[in-house]
Design a protein around this ligand. Structure first.
Ligand SMILES: C[S@@+](CC[C@H](N)C(=O)[O-])C[C@H]1O[C@@H](n2cnc3c(N)ncnc32)[C@H](O)[C@@H]1O
Length: 350
């Protein structure tokens, strides 16, 4: 290898070789690096990746074994191990490795994109929302968390749409000109003396909770929203699936962050078994569909202090936390969505 090449140039050259599928040239460069630095974990991991790309699984395992023996927590080693696991179809191992990468390099974007493809194939949440609007045709729609107004814009065909957000400066007013916008935190909005007047005294048919990404806010939004609904209404809750545990933590440390809104779903499954809960694995962070609402139910409100004690300190077990909880988990684009929402539409027509 030319002595003029520093490590950075070698890394770049390896990357360039990979983009034109010149695996042998890439391997020569990495092997030369390894002769200089036999204890470099990342270099062994890159070598494993090249073996894997070349179809030699055994040599890839050996190189990855060496990388891990030197430093199993190196974020690059974890990233490459995650990519190899993903290509082998081992989702759990890929998620474990990408999770460690994200913990080490929280602002590095590639693992997020790969996790998205692995965990959330199918239509993204905006497509799903569009489909739900088309199926339910809600007359009254209430949204908590408007931001630019993209999801609120989907409600134009209804009779009344209300969007609530403490910061409406980013909202594209032209795309939501049909909607009533309220610049307030959701707690303030639900505490308004004229709340019923804002909703024209009508029950909410479809509610969308997408405001502050913390458990207590999401839960209060649900409690307050359900009161404004009727038995056949539906409430959607966004950001209930963190791709890796650190994304579902209360403190934001990562590029993508769901916060601990996922606990709302867990809490509903435990404390409101009368509700019907479906979790759609839609990009970028899942969407919950809550049916069988009961606007007169006070269980959550009455138990709120003990529920907050129970859940606030809980840490995220991972994207599949809903397994064995009674929550129905379906992929996005699942044909069953229409039949799930059909009874709601039929009940409203009666
Ligand atoms: C993820 S964005 C909403 C995106 C939007 N629903 C969409 O899909 O196009 C979250 C929004 O929640 C708002 N937000 C933060 N705290 C809130 C609160 N306490 N009540 C209502 N909205 C809040 C933020 O200002 C932000 O605009």
């Amino acid at each position: 290898m030319s002595p003029k090449l520093n490590d950075f140039s070698v890394g770049l050259l390896v990357q360039m070789c990979l983009t034109v599928n010149e695996l042998d040239s890439a391997a020569d460069l990495v092997d030369a690096m390894l002769r200089k630095r036999p204890q470099d974990a990342a270099c062994h991991a890159v070598r494993a990746f090249l073996w894997h790309r070349g179809g030699d699984a055994r040599a890839a395992d050996e190189s990855m074994g060496r990388a891990r023996a030197i430093d199993a927590a190196d974020p690059l080693v974890c990233y490459i191990a995650g990519r190899i696991a993903a290509q082998k179809g081992d989702t759990d191992e890929a998620v474990r490795q990408f999770s460690r990468t994200i913990e080490g390099l929280p602002w590095f974007r590639p693992p997020f994109g790969l996790l998205d493809k692995l965990l959330f194939p199918g239509p993204d949440y905006m497509d799903l929302l569009e489909q739900i609007h088309a199926l339910l045709r809600p007359r009254v729609y209430l949204e908590i968390g408007v931001n630019r107004g993209k999801s609120l814009a989907l409600s134009a065909a209804g009779e009344l749409a209300v969007g609530v957000d403490p910061n409406l400066s980013r909202c594209s007013r032209s795309s939501v000109s049909h909607a009533r916008l309220v610049e307030a935190k959701s707690d303030e909005f639900f505490a308004r003396a004229d709340l019923h007047a804002v909703l024209e005294g009508r029950p909410v048919d479809l509610g969308f909770i997408d405001g502050m990404h913390l458990f207590e806010y999401g839960l209060r939004d649900f409690i307050n929203m359900e009161r404004m609904c009727r038995a056949g209404s539906v409430i959607l809750i966004h950001d209930v699936v963190p791709c890796v545990p650190v994304v579902g933590a209360r403190q934001r440390t990562t590029r993508t962050w769901t916060g601990d809104v996922w606990k709302v779903l867990l809490c509903l499954a435990r404390h409101r078994p009368d509700l019907d809960l479906t979790l759609v694995m839609t990009s970028p962070s899942g969407l919950a569909i809550v049916r069988n609402l009961d606007p007169s139910n006070r269980v959550l409100a009455d138990k709120l202090p003990s529920i907050l004690d129970e859940y606030t300190a809980m840490t995220c077990p991972g994207y599949n936390y809903a397994a064995d909880t009674g929550i129905r988990v379906i992929p996005s684009g699942h044909a069953g969505l229409a039949s799930l929402l059909k009874p709601v539409v039929e009940a409203r027509a009666r």
